[in-house]
Design a binder for this molecule. Structure first.
Ligand SMILES: Cc1cc2nc3c(=O)[nH]c(=O)nc-3n(C[C@H](O)[C@H](O)[C@H](O)COP(=O)(O)OP(=O)(O)OC[C@H]3O[C@@H](n4cnc5c(N)ncnc54)[C@H](O)[C@@H]3O)c2cc1C
Length: 514
């Protein structure tokens, strides 16, 4: 974790009626650790370590694999680059308040995700009564869930209202398209869903091109659909495939034209003050000291008597001998560290989106411009960011008190270098610049800001990405090395990562002993 000397934004403080300068720090994985992989692997002596199954990476996929392997009686060791497990779903804290450093919600899983339903029951986030699965209401997003600033006022909900009958007809047309897609088969995890010529046709074009071809050009609808793509995939409708654009709706909650939500009300997602870090903490708990943090995997070699993984640890080089290795790291990391990998690994091509997450601790709620009250998810339509989530939204205390706003910003790839090189103060200024037009007294309330950089956060499902045969080959590796990561789905959500872990563990557990 990086916790550098606080940067005090004195300039900003001077422009407002702030009593004290703003304390800004980076928080989360140190990019310098991951960038060790760019250097030549050191050849010096290393401490010797041994385990049965080595899992590299303690993100959702790595933890899910390790947990399943441990439950099956295997001796597992998990090595993680960061100082805490969780990867993109890590929990954090600003002052005394918990917050997410990345992922913050999980849609309620349907009956086609029984393993995930079971996990949530085990964690006490849901129950099963008379065979019926139900999420615990303490963890489902309370009302008001969403609001959108349209330039003049806050409006309830994210989908702009259809201005006239023509616009409403377009919303209905898109709802029909999503419903037809559901008939074709779109579900989670995506590798268990059918794949037909119709899916392939959607996969070869961008979502925006497909929308144009359907005549779906209504600006409010198009803004909303683009926003959803940026929010889930880190890139807009001009970049992601039509398969991805439809999958967002068809695999989860569908799409309902305004006024038709009552026919099939969407189930609110699950969320926690520390975001999906709540889930990660529970996935990690049974592994306890089997998770070794602060270790950067550098090189994996397959040798006659087993596997050897060289890594940087807190006290220098370590060589880990194992019978099996689960690479639960992004595929571009696996490509760098696995010597002589199967050809499929070298063939995979995925674009990645950089993200910035800013957690702002406020001493109380700032004034809002007119309109809908503060919601869980608050989106400013004209902003390049995805808006902010109020981490304390689920709290039951009605008195206004300190709160953390988590702002999400999916950046274009050309901003990656700036994310790495620009000082935290510069990003803090940019973050505040996106919020203060809507919250003019914000600077009087912000006490601390913690910034998290995700330089290569997630795979973007561009046309052709999902259907790469190499991804199928990597999901089905049957040797001593398995891969578990959301990248295998060509995009990143909790469900895909969790199932990638279960899948990798399952193939190891079923494999005949050597
Ligand atoms: C900002 C942001 C917001 C998101 N919001 C949501 C959300 O609300 N809901 C949702 O479902 N999904 C969300 N996601 C997607 C999220 O990526 C997935 O939910 C999930 O966390 C992915 O898990 P993973 O295990 O596949 O990958 P990762 O999180 O990438 O895990 C890989 C792990 O490997 C470690 N690692 C990498 N290299 C090495 C190395 N050389 N040696 C050792 N360890 C290494 C990493 O530190 C990391 O812990 C979000 C992602 C981001 C970036």
């Amino acid at each position: 974790m990086i916790a550098r000397r606080p940067l005090l934004l004195a300039g900003l403080a001077a422009c407002s009626r702030r009593a004290a300068p703003l304390d800004v720090q980076w928080l989360g994985p140190d990019p310098a650790r991951g960038h060790r992989l760019r250097e030549a692997v050191p050849s010096g002596p290393a401490a010797q370590r041994r385990t049965d199954v080595l899992v590299l990476g303690a993100g959702v996929a790595g933890l899910s694999a390790a947990r399943a392997l441990q439950a099956a009686g295997r001796k597992v060791t998990v090595l993680e680059l960061d100082d805490a497990p969780g990867g993109n779903s890590r929990a954090g804290q600003v002052g005394d308040l918990p917050c997410p450093l990345g992922a913050h919600y999980l849609p309620q899983p349907g009956a086609h995700l029984p393993e995930l339903q079971d996990l949530l029951v085990e964690f006490g986030a849901a129950s099963r009564r008379f065979g019926r699965w139900q999420a615990h209401e303490a963890f489902t997003v309370h009302s008001p869930a969403e609001r959108r600033f349209d330039g003049a006022r806050w409006q309830p909900g994210l989908l702009p209202a259809a201005a006239d009958a023509k616009a409403l007809a377009q919303h209905r047309l898109f709802a029909q398209a999503v419903s037809s897609a559901q008939g074709l088969g779109f579900s989670l995890p995506s590798y268990r869903a059918p794949w037909s010529a119709a899916h392939q046709a959607l996969e070869t074009q961008t979502f925006s091109r497909w929308l144009d071809a359907q005549g779906l050009t209504e600006p409010g609808l198009r803004w909303y659909l683009d926003y959803c793509c940026r929010d889930d995939y880190g890139a807009g409708s001009h970049s992601v495939s039509a398969w991805a654009g439809l999958h967002y709706f068809a695999s989860r909650h569908g799409f309902h034209a305004p006024g038709e939500e009552e026919d099939a009300p969407a189930l609110p997602p699950l969320t926690w003050p520390q975001g999906n870090g709540w889930l990660v903490q529970r996935l990690a708990a049974p592994l306890g000291e089997r998770i070794l943090a602060g270790r950067v995997g550098l090189q994996l070699d397959e040798e006659r008597e087993g596997l050897r993984l060289r890594c940087w640890g807190p006290e220098g080089l370590e060589d880990w001998q194992a019978q099996h290795v689960v690479l639960a790291v992004p595929l571009f990391v696996a490509q760098r560290l696995w010597r002589n990998p199967p050809s499929a690994l070298g063939q995979v091509k995925l674009q990645r989106a950089p993200w910035l997450v800013a957690n702002l601790r406020l001493d109380g709620p700032p004034l809002s411009r007119v309109g809908a009250p503060l919601a869980w998810d608050n989106v400013i339509q004209a902003s390049p960011t995805l808006g902010y989530v109020n981490a304390q939204h689920q709290g039951l205390d009605p008195r206004p008190g300190p709160q953390v706003w988590t702002l999400y910003w999916a950046l274009p790839p050309q901003e990656r270098a700036r994310l790495q090189s620009a000082p935290a103060a510069e990003w803090a200024t940019r973050v505040l610049g996106t919020l203060t037009p809507t919250h003019p007294d914000l600077l009087e309330h912000v006490q601390q800001m913690r910034l998290t950089r995700w330089g290569h956060a997630m795979a973007v499902p561009t046309p052709g990405a999902k259907s790469q045969p190499a991804l199928t080959a990597l999901r089905n590796l049957r040797g001593r090395v398995s891969i578990a990561h959301a990248d295998l789905a060509a995009y990143s959500v909790f469900e895909e990562a969790y199932y990638a872990g279960l899948n990798a563990a399952g193939s190891l557990i079923r494999a005949p002993a050597r």
